[in-house]
Design a protein around this ligand. Structure first.
Ligand code: AMP
Ligand code: GLY
Length: 438
């Protein structure tokens, strides 16, 4: 039977999902707030709608006779879109609202880890009284991370001793108007992500990826949704060991056991510290950009995973092309603080692909928060498009991504050129060696 899959969301992550399903025996329909030209081209139908409106999404799912759904972003999960699809008889690969709290409520997330005695939970306290939180900052022996409990698109956290001083941190707590925050021990180390496909109590993990949250080169500037990311040819990254990877996987497995009935992607953001991996956060979905590193090297048919999940069967074992990947985002000038929307985007995908062939690798373009209008494709205020290089080594993949970006042109856009370059990767290795006293 041909499956009809509804994809919810119109970013780079969802373009990667669409591309991954394009090779399967699936008819794809998509809905998003923006018309993503990359997804629209791969889909039999594309509906522009408010993806946080469960009624609108289920109405479209019914209209196209969807047999499965993949929910990409966190906002629809938080709005109960997976619940509504499940209720409408369309199996949603994505957690229901209650399970998505592992991402959408950071206070819940930390208490959950503590209650279930899951490894890797930093010291934390949760606050509803902001003056009490400020007193805690004054009394705490060490630096703290200040985290709003709700969703902030990755832009709400302030780390004392890194981005802000204690005084600035307290001013942020008082002035930002959050009603609940988490204060937790500042973790020091190197961050990495592991994404797992989860259903029927099973956990199928994918290679580790390192994202770059800071807006500017050299890890400077404000946090963003993620400026780019890389993965290596194996499961771990150059600054970590296989044991570190396995320790992080054990945390994901313990979390899935404790969650009971979780389905969809569970994304672990870890800090590799001198004591091993600690949990920075969980996400209830693929990462963006990390999905663009992972899905292009997934050899297993994504549709087989979705069907097994729905049927209550054992999930297929995953196999990956042993290739490194480097993903770089082009974002609107001024992003994330004062993004300038409305720049026309012209990307020559064919030349980029040909250039990569010459370099013995692959270049893939993913459109993100752009909007396709009658006279062309325009930037919005969010990340515009990404290029992923896939090759034997991180260095070769990085070169391919850069060549493809050069063909795309940079006018009105900004790119972190340092992501995946040998210097920055070496800096990560040296940082970890120094922390571990090697
Ligand atoms: P989040 O929104 O939880 O992903 O946090 C955004 C970023 O803030 C993370 O990717 C980290 O770089 C940083 N961060 C969050 N929590 C901590 C922590 N406890 N210690 C140090 N950095 C943190
Ligand atoms: N890359 C971080 C995220 O998807 O939340």
């Amino acid at each position: 039977m041909t499956e009809t899959v509804l994809l919810v969301g119109g970013g780079g992550r969802e373009h990667a999902v669409a591309r991954s399903l394009a090779d399967s025996d699936a008819e794809l329909y998509a809905c998003a707030g923006n018309r993503n030209p990359g997804i629209a081209r791969l889909a039999a139908g594309f509906e522009t709608l408010e993806t946080t409106n469960p009624t609108a999404v289920t109405a479209y799912a019914r209209e196209v006779d969807a047999t499965l759904a993949v929910v990409g972003p966190e906002a629809p999960l938080d709005a109960g879109v997976a619940d509504a699809l499940d209720d409408a008889g369309v199996y949603a690969f994505g957690p229901q609202q209650a399970e998505a709290r592992i991402e959408t409520d950071k206070a819940f997330q930390r208490r959950f880890m503590k209650r279930h005695d899951i490894q890797g939970c930093p010291d934390f306290e949760t606050f509803e009284d902001m003056e009490a939180a400020c007193e805690y900052v004054d009394e705490y022996d060490g630096d703290l991370a200040i985290k709003p409990a709700g969703l902030t698109g990755g832009k709400g956290v302030r780390v004392i001793g890194d981005q802000v001083t204690a005084e600035e941190g307290k001013a942020y707590i008082r002035e930002s108007g959050y009603d609940r925050i988490v204060l937790e021990e500042r973790l020091i180390g190197e961050e990495f992500t592991i994404q797992a496909f989860v259903a029927n109590g099973q956990v199928r993990v994918t290679p580790a990826v390192q994202d770059h949250k800071r807006a500017y080169e050299g890890d400077e500037g404000p946090n963003t949704g993620g400026m780019g990311s890389y993965s290596d040819g194996g499961l771990e990254l150059p600054f970590m060991s296989r044991e570190d990877y396995e320790d992080a996987v054990a945390v994901l497995e313990a979390t899935v056991d404790a969650l009971e009935g979780y389905k969809g992607v569970l994304y672990g953001q870890f800090m590799l510290t001198d004591e091993g991996p600690k949990v920075v956060e969980f996400n209830a979905r693929f990462g963006d950009p990390e999905a663009m590193n992972t899905l292009p090297v997934l050899n297993t048919d994504f549709l087989d995973v979705l069907v097994a999940a729905r049927e209550g069967e054992s999930l297929p074992k995953l196999s990956f092309d042993p290739k490194a990947t480097v993903c770089k985002y082009a974002v609107p000038a001024g992003y994330p603080t004062e993004p300038e929307a409305g720049t026309k985007v012209t990307v020559d995908e064919d030349s980029a692909a040909a250039a990569a062939d010459d370099a013995d690798g692959e270049a893939i373009l993913f459109y993100a928060s752009v909007d396709e209008r009658e006279d062309g494709v325009y930037t919005t205020t969010s990340r515009a498009f990404a290029v992923v290089g896939v090759a034997e080594s991180i260095t070769t993949a990085e070169g391919i991504a850069e060549d493809a970006l050069a063909l795309a042109g940079e006018e009105g856009l900004r790119i972190r050129h340092d992501i995946g370059k040998p210097d920055l990767v070496q800096k990560r290795i040296d940082h970890m060696a120094e922390l571990r006293g090697d």
